[in-house]
Design a binder for this molecule. Structure first.
Ligand code: G6P
Ligand code: MG
Length: 210
């Protein structure tokens, strides 16, 4: 009944959590802000600028917009330097084989990610060839839980939202799929029980759903 699967990137196709965490941790430490893995969980699927606002909830001072821009730029430079460690080897066999099987079954595949680094990451993983469309932080004005990134992906594929199912690891992403009129599959344990249409423990399990 579906014609396409739209995948979130970070936390679904690959694991960049640790790199985002380390980069934000350095910024938080420089500003003397308390930051831990729990707060980091809230940054899943959230844009860079909004992530920084969440971190600043624990900040007593005030930053000018120039300073804010500078920190955002610094965070991304750090993050990009960590991404240098990423190679094809980080594109897991299970993910690769599952994507191939989905294509064999005739599904169109797309990326729906808030990240402005999505294409860079997909290139590092040598994963570009698996996707028919890439909708990311560079082609949207509103981030998840707004459905824009997924609606753009459907549009790129030439499909209606109801033809697409979304796979996500973040609460904001599942909310975005729902707001866009798409069914959703949650992976991992960051999405509250009952919010998504389906829930899987591992990536390959999607083959039992579609
Ligand atoms: C993904 C990640 C978020 C990150 C966002 C923006 O959604 O889950 O943690 O903040 O992308 O990433 P960017 O690469 O543009 O800084
Ligand atoms: Mg994610």
């Amino acid at each position: 009944k579906y014609k396409a699967v739209i995948f979130d990137l970070d936390g679904v196709i690959c694991s960049t959590d640790r790199f985002h965490y380390l980069a934000w941790k350095k910024i938080a430490d420089d500003l003397g802000i308390y930051f831990d893995e729990n707060i980091n969980q809230r940054l899943r699927g959230v844009s860079r600028a909004e992530s920084f606002q969440i971190i600043l909830e624990k900040y007593d001072g005030k930053l000018s917009s120039e300073e804010t821009e500078r920190y955002l730029d610094q965070k991304n430079k750090l993050y990009r330097s960590y991404l240098e460690e990423m190679t094809e080897g980080d594109f897991q066999e299970e993910v690769k084989n599952t994507l191939s099987e989905l294509r064999r079954r005739g599904y169109q595949l797309a990326i729906g990610s808030s990240s402005r680094n999505a294409k860079h990451i997909l290139e590092r993983l040598k994963a570009m060839e698996y996707f028919d469309a890439i909708s990311d932080g560079t082609n949207i004005t509103r981030t998840k839980p707004d459905p824009e990134v997924f609606l753009k992906a459907a549009e790129m594929l030439g499909l209606n939202p109801s033809d697409c199912i979304v796979m996500e690891d973040a609460k904001s992403g599942i909310e975005a799929a729902r707001a866009g009129g798409m069914k959703s599959i949650a992976i991992g344990d960051a999405v509250p029980e009952g919010l998504s249409d389906y829930k899987v423990k591992c990536f390959g399990e999607i083959l039992k759903i579609v």
